[in-house]
Design a protein around this ligand. Structure first.
Ligand code: ARG
Length: 458
């Protein structure tokens, strides 16, 4: 196929060069944005008298037809085309001849592609934000159902202090709340129209950039023409927000994987969200979680691709920038796929609260509370800590636990110990008397939940 830029060239482009250069295999997904952008541009050209009103009208109508033909499957992308922009323009010219050739007046593919990606990503980021909210809903629901589910809280994966499953899961909910903020922020900064930057230097035509920006629901225009075509920081920002979110999903997945193991048996995934082994009949594997954990690296890779692609580029447009799309599309496709599957997986998993409780019972998870008991009776914390440590050591050496040690024995360590001690270090009290904000008490958890519900509604 003869190129639109063929005028300057004496011989035809080699097929391999076209294949190497072409981006239609991955940028055709922006067909709608490309056409919508062209409609706004052609409308402005007509309004400003840069092309005639009739030509503008015909172009706009025909672009509309091309859009519906693509959506109805009547028009297929030509894989020989260099990119989606060239494809649409060629199709337009095929349909309305010379009038179609007027569309690209005072425009370049450089500002066109910068516009298309922004429009496309703005939409996908909105869809992603809603999925984050859906996941927040599931986590809040699980928390509401597990306000009383006691489990061991860990540090260094060693039993540390008792918490509730509600409090544990709400930690992830707050991470997701920040992720949501990052997506919304990225969209805010991205939502400026680069169209009218043209190739890099703007134009001598009397265009109206604000009019185009308004028609496409941007908050304004990118103020500098070189910046408009040169930067892809909005892709980096979204890939970064995606990477952080994937990191959160990966940590949650890692915990689910552990909790499914026979060693923990804290939860059981629904059969529909688990997989079997081809050889070991007993296996029920948490493949979904493992894949989310695995795909996290892939999204980080996309972020690094984008950062590296940009770091040495002189202004303005360079073809390296065509590499932005596969990376950011892959990051968002992967992320959205993970969000789609983790949501129902969590929603259907069964919580084994008995096993969680059992795991919290033995293991000296109340040793801090033992020290706090002495502190409340007047002892300095560091001294109380030391005595409690010695008691734990004594229990381990004598194969017993804090709850079962006699009061006489306790008194050998400190005469501040009394019978009210047993009540004080009982698991329920250790968990639910943690009334400080953000802790596991029912009131604290309720407060967290009502805050998150507002985020979900907002
Ligand atoms: N397919 C190109 C891209 O994705 C479109 C812009 C091409 N501009 C150019 N001057 N070659 O970046």
């Amino acid at each position: 196929m003869a190129k639109m830029w063929a005028g300057r060239f004496q011989s035809e482009e080699k097929k391999e060069v076209n294949d190497f250069n072409s981006s239609i295999s991955f940028d055709s997904r922006m067909y709608k944005e490309d056409i919508t952008g062209s409609i706004a541009h052609a409308t402005m050209l007509g309004a400003k008298g840069i092309i005639s009103k009739e030509d503008s009208k015909l172009i706009v109508e025909t672009l509309g037809e091309i859009l519906s033909d693509i959506e109805e499957g009547k028009l297929e992308f030509d894989m020989e085309a260099e990119d989606i922009h060239m494809f649409v323009e060629a199709e337009l010219t095929k349909r309305i001849g010379d009038v179609g050739k007027r569309l690209h007046t005072s425009r370049s593919r450089n500002d066109q592609v910068a516009l298309d990606i922004r429009l496309y990503l703005r939409n996908v980021a909105g869809v992603t934000a809603n999925k984050i909210k859906d996941l927040l809903k599931v986590l809040v629901k699980l928390a509401e159902n597990n306000k009383k589910t006691i489990m061991p809280g860990y540090t260094h994966l060693q039993r540390a202090q008792p918490i509730t499953l509600a409090n544990h899961l709400l930690a992830y909910a707050f991470m997701l709340e920040r992720d949501l903020g990052r997506f919304n922020d990225a969209v805010k900064r991205m939502n400026y129209s680069p169209l009218g930057s043209c190739a890099l230097a703007g134009t001598t035509y009397d265009i109206d950039r604000e009019m185009v920006a308004k028609q496409l629901q941007f908050d304004g225009i990118v103020r500098n023409s070189l910046d408009g075509v040169s930067d892809r920081d909005f892709c980096v920002e979204l890939a970064s927000a995606s990477s952080i979110l994937m990191m959160h999903l990966s940590r949650l997945s890692e915990e689910i994987i552990m909790w499914c193991s026979w060693e923990f048996k804290f939860i059981e995934l629904d059969d529909a969200y688990s997989t079997g082994s081809s050889i070991m009949p007993q296996k029920k594997n948490p493949d979904i979680c493992e894949l989310i954990r695995g795909k996290t690296g892939r999204v980080y890779g996309d972020l690094i691709t984008l950062l590296t692609m940009l770091k040495g580029l002189p202004l303005a447009y360079n073809k390296d920038m065509q590499e932005d799309k596969e990376a950011i599309f892959d990051a968002l496709d992967t992320l959205n796929m993970c969000l789609d599957i983790i949501n129902p997986m969590l929603d259907t998993m069964k919580v084994n609260s008995e096993n969680m409780y059992k795991a919290a019972q033995r293991g000296f998870i109340n040793a801090t509370d033992l020290a706090d008991y002495l502190v409340k009776k007047g002892m300095a914390f560091r001294s109380a800590y030391k005595i409690s440590g010695s008691i734990v050591y004594y229990c381990i050496s004598n194969n017993t636990v804090l709850e079962e040690l006699s009061i006489d024995k306790y008194k050998e360590f400190s005469d501040l110990f009394d019978n009210d001690l047993y009540e004080y270090i009982n698991l329920e009290n250790c968990t639910f008397k943690r009334t400080s904000k953000g802790a596991s008490s029912i009131d604290s958890v309720n407060e967290e939940i009502s805050y998150l519900k507002k985020v979900i509604e907002g």
